[in-house]
Ligand binder design. Structure first.
Ligand code: MF3
Ligand code: CO
Length: 259
C-alpha cells in the first residue's frame, strides 16, 4: 500500500532530510586513508543522536550499525568494522538513515579514499548522474518505468551494469514502504507517480557484471565478478506542484528550463 503524504507531513520529512544531509557531509569529510569504517559509524550515531534523531539502520532486522559502509566491490549493506581501515585508492559508499519526530530520511553517496583511478571516479560520477536522470522523471503523471528506464539508459550507455536485486523504495513513517523503485524499466510502464509520494531513489551501478553475491555475514552484497560498485541515494517528495523535491539535499532547486 502506498501512503501519500500531505504538505505538513512532507515538511517534517524535510527536517529529517536536512539533518541527514548534515550528518552525511560530516562523514564525507572524515573519509581518508587510515580511518576505519567503525569510526565513521560511531560518528554517525553521535551526530544523529545530537540532532535528537534515532539511527534507523541500527537494529533494523538485526543490523548492527548506524551506517552501511560498502568498500570497492561491496554494493550495499557493508557492516562497519574496526578492522576495515580505509586505504588510498579505494571507493566507499556510505549509506545512512534516521528518524526524526517519527519521520524517516535515507541517503547514500560514494566517494574516493585519497587519490583514485579516473575509471573509479567516472563510475562514481555516472552513478550520481543516474540518480539525477531518475529524479528528473519523478514528476506527477510519469510512471516508475520512466524513472527506471532513465537510470538504466545512462548506466548502460557508459558500459556499466545496473544492480537488479536491490531497489529504491517508498519512505515515510517506515524506512521501506511501497512502491519498489527499480533502477531499470520500460517507459510508460509501472505505477503512476502522484503528488504526496515520497520515495528513495538509489541507483547501484557496477563497473562490470550487475549480478551480486552476499557475504557470510548475510548482509554485505558484492558484485559477483568483484568489479567496483557505486551507490547514490536521496529521499525525495513529489510536491504540490507535482515536482520532485530532494529532501536530503536542503536548498536544492531545479534549474528553470529556458524555452
Ligand atoms: N539504506 C538502505 C536502503 O536504502 C537500508 C539499509 S538496511 C539496514 O534501503 F539494515 F542497514 F538498515
Ligand atoms: Co534506501
Amino acid at each position: 500500500m502506498i501512503s501519500l503524504k500531505n504538505p505538513d507531513q512532507i515538511a517534517k520529512m524535510r527536517v529529517a532530510g536536512a539533518l541527514l544531509y548534515e550528518v552525511l557531509q560530516q562523514l564525507r569529510e572524515m573519509v581518508k586513508p587510515g580511518v576505519s569504517t567503525a569510526e565513521l559509524d560511531a560518528r554517525a550515531e553521535e551526530l544523529i543522536r545530537k540532532g535528537h534523531a534515532i539511527p534507523s539502520f541500527l537494529n533494523y532486522e538485526g543490523y548492527p550499525a548506524s551506517i552501511c559502509a560498502s568498500v570497492d566491490d561491496a554494493v550495499v549493506h557493508g557492516i562497519p568494522s574496526k578492522k576495515q581501515v580505509l586505504k588510498e585508492g579505494q571507493i566507499i559508499s556510505i549509506d545512512c538513515g534516521l528518524i526524526l519526530d517519527g519521520w524517516q530520511a535515507d541517503s547514500a553517496f560514494t566517494v574516493g579514499v585519497g587519490e583514485i583511478s579516473p575509471e573509479a571516479q567516472h563510475l562514481i560520477d555516472v552513478t550520481e548522474q543516474c540518480f539525477w536522470e531518475g529524479a528528473r522523471q519523478a514528476v506527477a503523471g510519469n510512471r516508475l518505468g520512466d524513472l527506471g528506464h532513465a537510470v538504466q539508459t545512462l548506466a548502460e550507455a557508459n558500459g556499466f551494469g545496473v544492480v537488479r536485486d536491490l531497489t529504491g523504495h517508498g519512505i515515510g513513517r517506515e524506512m521501506h514502504e511501497d512502491p519498489a523503485v527499480y533502477n531499470f524499466g520500460t517507459p510508460g510502464r509501472g505505477l503512476r507517480m502522484r503528488k504526496g509520494m515520497t520515495i528513495a531513489i538509489e541507483p547501484m551501478i557496477s563497473a562490470g557484471d550487475w549480478r551480486v553475491t552476499v557475504d557470510d555475514d548475510q548482509w554485505c552484497y558484492r558484485t559477483r565478478d568483484r568489479s567496483l560498485c557505486s551507490h547514490y541515494e536521496h529521499t525525495i517528495a513529489i510536491n504540490e506542484e507535482g515536482l520532485p523535491e530532494i529532501l536530503t539535499l536542503p536548498g536544492f532547486v531545479w534549474e528553470q528550463k529556458e524555452d
